[in-house]
Every structure is written in C-alpha cells, then in structure tokens.
Design a protein around this ligand. Structure first.
Ligand code: DGY
Length: 376
C-alpha cells in the first residue's frame, strides 16, 4: 500500500519532498517562505529508492532525506530529471549519500553540522557513565525486585576521576566529549586523529594550569601516533570518526584485544566503524569490559548475542535526540534546500546559530559538494 503524504502550502511555485516528519515548525516556515509546496511522508517505515523515485515523479525541485535511506546515484539522476536542484540529508553524517553521484547530476548535497556537537557528546558521556557505573544493569535489578538490602560489593564499577580517556577522531564532537570528560572527571586525554586538535590541546593545557593553581593534580591532552596506542593506553575509548572505507571495522578483534580488560568502549558515530561480531565475542570473554553503543552495524538489527550481554549498554541511535538539536537539524536541512533553490550563497560564518532564531539568513548553511559544483 502507498504511504500517506501531507501537503503543505499547495499553491507554492516549487515542490519539495520530505521523507519523514521533522520536529518543530521553523523548517516548514523556511520552505514556505521560499514559495515551496512541501510534501511530507507520514510513514515511520524506511522509504526505498523506488518509493522515493515514485514520489519525486516528473516535477520536483528539492528533497530532504534521512540517514536510513539510500540516496544513490540513481535517485539523484531521478531528481535531476524531475528538474530538481537541491538535496539535504537530515543528519550531519552522509555515508548514506552517494555524493559523487549527486555531483555528477549537478545536485548540491546539504548536511546539518554545528547543532549536534554538544548533544551527541553528552550522549557519549551518558553512555560512558552508564556503562562504567552499570546504571542500566542496576536499574533492571531494581525493577525485578531483587534489591533486598545494601551490600558492600553490589554493582561495583569504574571510577573515572584521574584516569585516561581516549578519543578516535578528534573533530568537533570528539573534542566536545573529551572536554566533558577532562573538565568533569579530571581525566587525562589521549587521541588519534589525522590532524592535531591544537585548540583542544591548548584548552587542556590552560585548564590544567587552573587546576594546579587550585591545588589539584594537572591533566594532559596528548595526540598519539596510532590507534593502537590509544587502545592500549586509555581506560575509556570513544569513537567519533566518519564512516567511510578507511574507518569500516576500524575497531576489530585485534584492536579490542589491545584494550585493558576492564576498559570501556563507546560508539556514537556509525555502527560499521566497530566490528560488532568481534565486540560481542570480546564482551563475552571479558566480563569486566564494558561497551556503550548508540549505533549498530546493521541498524536497526543487532548482531546475535549483543542484547544478551549485561556489560553492554545499548540505545537506539538517539545521540542527537534533544528537541533543540533535532529542531535545529530540521532548520538547517530546510535552509540548505531553500537557500539553493533561491540561489543564495554558501554560509561562511563560524557557527550556524543565526539560522535558528529570528530572520532567516539568505544563505545555504552547509553544502558538502559546494566546491565541486562551484557554489560559494
Ligand atoms: C547524524 O546527524 O549523523 C546523526 O547520526 C543523527 O543523529
């Protein structure tokens, strides 16, 4: 049976399809102000390439799609053939998008950076604490009516204070998470990234001086040469890379084996960055080891055995799920599409906050293939 679609502003001179309901109203106001008729799919099911192609039809100016959909070259060719000239992913990550295919069809691809940073880092921190202090295990124990009195050895977990946090992929989100763990728990930080994060290193150095001035122990931030060094050194390792060919199964059985027996692994980036079968095996054979996962290799499925492990905390890809962030993502996705359709230039500001309140800036906030398409 066909999916239900809601049509907003039916008299608009442009047609934009949106493959899922998005939170808030600002995104819709932006598209309506750009004279778009906006068609929103009401179904929670993931739309297939065929279903999206059918909805694009023979006249469609732009689209906002989801990270769960396969925006392949065929789909961009269909959008182009329908007269389309703008696409935005409702996500900062765009591993579901064939950007080269979009570029070949001349379609700009937008994404939504700058509104997920702290929100996603906060979830990575929540998973870290939850895994290390066994919060979910203990919650299940309480609900099962198993608490019959305080005991000295009940649900002992990890102390974070003064230990070492490791970050793989130290861009915006990785650095925000790192700062939370350094500032909150006075952890030392090690990281692996192709580039040095000089701002983060400078911040930790200044923060360390402040701590010392207050009679506390110093903290450090050190870039290590290899992923292996981070895996060996850190008590907590959090993954914040993009997913591409170079990061697929970046955390595999060999690298897990390098980690301390009671270490914690956190993944809030993309599922396939971790070899989930290897992780299940590692967690089975290392009961003191803990993992906190927001993302899964074959989402929404989990690899066999994962959901039976007490030493794993699992949540359904909700790291960016705060109202502010999800509404902000919708606003940026709409501003990308509306900006391109109206011929606006690319935003070059330091942050995207001006898009979130007040008048809409006449810019497209973030287009990942802008350089290739000569958009500036
Ligand atoms: C993204 O934007 O890439 C996130 O995974 C969505 O939460």
């Amino acid at each position: 049976m066909g999916k239900e679609w809601t049509v907003h502003n039916p008299g608009g001179s442009r047609r934009v399809i949106v493959t899922k309901q998005l939170p808030g109203n600002r995104w819709l106001d932006i598209l309506v102000a750009a004279d778009c008729t906006v068609e929103v799919c009401e179904s929670d099911d993931v739309l297939s390439v065929d279903e999206i192609t059918e909805r694009i039809g023979d006249h469609c100016d732009g689209a906002i799609g989801q990270l769960t959909e396969d925006w392949n070259a065929e789909l961009f060719a269909a959008l182009k053939a329908a007269g389309g000239s703008a696409y935005s992913n409702y996500a900062v990550g765009y591993n579901n998008v064939d950007v080269a295919g979009a570029t070949a069809s001349g379609i700009p691809v937008g994404n939504t950076p700058g509104v997920l940073t702290e929100t996603t880092a906060e979830m990575a921190a929540a998973l870290t604490l939850s895994a290390g202090r066994r919060v979910v295990e203990a919650d299940r124990f309480m609900r099962a009516g198993n608490y019959h009195g305080w005991l000295p050895t009940m649900y002992m977990g990890q102390r974070f204070h003064g230990k070492t946090v490791g970050i793989i992929g130290c861009g915006r989100i990785g650095a925000a998470y790192g700062r939370m763990m350094v500032e909150g728990f006075k952890m030392n930080l090690v990281y692996f990234d192709l580039y040095a994060n000089e701002n983060l290193e400078a911040f930790v150095k200044d923060y360390s001086e402040l701590l010392v001035a207050h009679g506390e122990a110093p903290v450090t931030a050190t870039r290590l040469d290899t992923i292996e060094d981070v895996m060996r050194t850190a008590d907590v390792v959090s993954i914040h890379t993009v997913l591409d060919e170079s990061t697929h199964h970046l955390v595999n059985a060999e690298r897990l084996a390098l980690m301390k027996d009671d270490a914690i692994l956190i993944n809030s980036s993309r599922g396939p960055v971790v070899d989930e079968v290897a992780l299940v095996e590692h967690c089975k054979t290392h009961p003191e080891f803990k993992a906190g996962l927001d993302v899964f290799e074959d989402e929404p499925a989990m690899k066999p055995g994962l959901n039976e492990l007490d030493n794993v905390t699992i949540v359904p890809h909700i790291a960016s799920a705060t109202t502010w962030t999800r509404q902000g993502m919708a606003t940026l996705a709409a501003a990308n599409v509306a900006g391109i359709l109206q011929g606006h230039p690319l935003w070059t500001g330091d942050d995207v906050l001006p898009f979130l309140d007040g008048d809409f800036p006449p810019y497209a906030p973030s287009i990942v293939n802008a350089a290739d398409l000569g958009i500036n």
